[in-house]
Design a protein around this ligand. Structure first.
Ligand SMILES: [Zn+2]
Ligand SMILES: [Zn+2]
Length: 357
């Protein structure tokens, strides 16, 4: 590549509330690797939580810390191939690619069973120093990466949305939606709103969205929710019972990361209902565990990363079955990263915010 000795700008995370835009070497591609010029990288709720010192990322001490700081953040990236490592002949310069957020070890029990998204080492881009993230002008795709080619017909927004929508698709799969189901999706951010779309593809009886922000409630409706409820303005459990003949919903997908949404879900589900946890909490959650066993015999399911859904999401966006309009609400240059993080957290009309290095 032409700029082996050249420098690039990158946003490093050093510590909570300590991100620094710095110059660093442009990476080069070893065997099995690619170097990609980043054309866009989404800001995940996890990145914002990390900036605020989230415990899942920074731990309570150095021993249980997940993040290897300083590290370049960002795992929702795509870009153009600019350097091709040995053995990567199926790629060509200028092609658009993205990679899944996890770079699996390939050797642990889960990897050997093909469940690479549960890899014991759990190395996610932007959190470990061998896989610096996409908040930079260039990124090296590690040899363990799961790389996917993107059609050039995609807009940058669509390309950036592949990773978050893929995570949403996995959560929707975990819900095993049937045609007679009432599906509730709590939290209508970019992923929650997309999950309304994805759940709709199963043609269930009805979909109910929940959010406290009017703008997001409107998005939920546009994306196919039959009803949208605001827990600040109504009793959600009651409203759900009213629309289900007094039984409650069959499926509750928690995508808000708000502890209150957990109790709301357990209470809104009918007997034998399925609860899927997708959102990430900043704090510990308290709930009446009796509802799960003695009360309703509920299934509680977790959803982690994107589990084999990237190809389908790319195909779905290309065909138009998966909608993307309005899911990216803001776009900033790398230099405006502070504004971008602020918008992701606080802007009233924020869905997903992306950086364009
Ligand atoms: Zn993410
Ligand atoms: Zn592994």
């Amino acid at each position: 590549m032409e700029k082996r000795d050249a420098k690039m700008k990158a946003l490093f995370s050093y510590a909570p509330y300590d991100n620094r835009l710095e110059e660093t070497d442009i990476p080069s591609a070893g065997p099995g690797e690619l170097v990609v010029k980043v054309l866009g990288c989404g800001i995940c709720a996890g990145d914002v939580k990390s900036y605020h010192g989230g415990i899942r990322i920074w731990g309570t001490s150095l021993e249980n810390r997940y993040i290897e700081a300083p590290v370049i953040g960002g795992h929702e990236f795509f870009g153009e191939v600019v350097e091709i490592g040995e053995g990567m002949d199926s790629y060509s310069l200028g092609e658009w690619v993205t990679a899944e957020q996890i770079a699996p070890c390939g050797e642990c029990e889960f990897c050997r069973q093909g469940k690479y998204w549960m890899c014991q080492e759990s190395a996610v881009y932007g959190f470990k120093q061998h896989i610096h993230g996409g908040f930079a002008e260039y990124i090296r795709l590690h040899k363990n990466s799961r790389i996917h080619k993107l059609p050039k017909s995609f807009t940058p927004e669509q390309a950036v949305l592949v990773e978050p929508i893929a995570c949403g698709m996995h959560a929707v799969e975990m819900a095993e939606i049937g045609h007679d189901d009432t599906v509730v999706i709590a939290g209508l951010g970019a992923i929650g709103t997309s999950m309304v779309n994805l759940a709709g593809l199963y043609l269930p009886k009805q979909i109910i969205g929940i959010d406290v922000k009017p703008f997001r409630m409107e998005m939920g409706k546009k994306y196919g929710a039959d009803y949208v409820l605001n827990p600040m303005e109504c009793n959600v459990e009651e409203e759900i019972r009213k629309r289900t003949g007094g039984y409650g919903c069959d499926v509750y997908i928690e995508a808000s990361g708000s502890p209150r949404s957990v109790t709301q879900g357990l209470q809104s589900l009918k007997n034998h209902g399925r609860y899927v946890q997708m959102g990430v909490f900043a704090e510990e959650v308290k709930a009446d565990w009796n509802i799960i066993g003695d009360g309703k015999e509920l299934s509680i399911r977790g959803s982690h990363l994107s589990a084999l859904t990237f190809c389908s999401v790319i195909k779905g966006i290309e065909s138009g079955l998966i909608k993307t309009e309005g899911l990216i609400s803001h776009s900033f240059g790398l230099e405006q990263w502070e504004e971008a993080f602020e918008a992701a957290e606080k802007a009233p009309q924020a869905m997903k915010v992306m950086l364009r290095p």
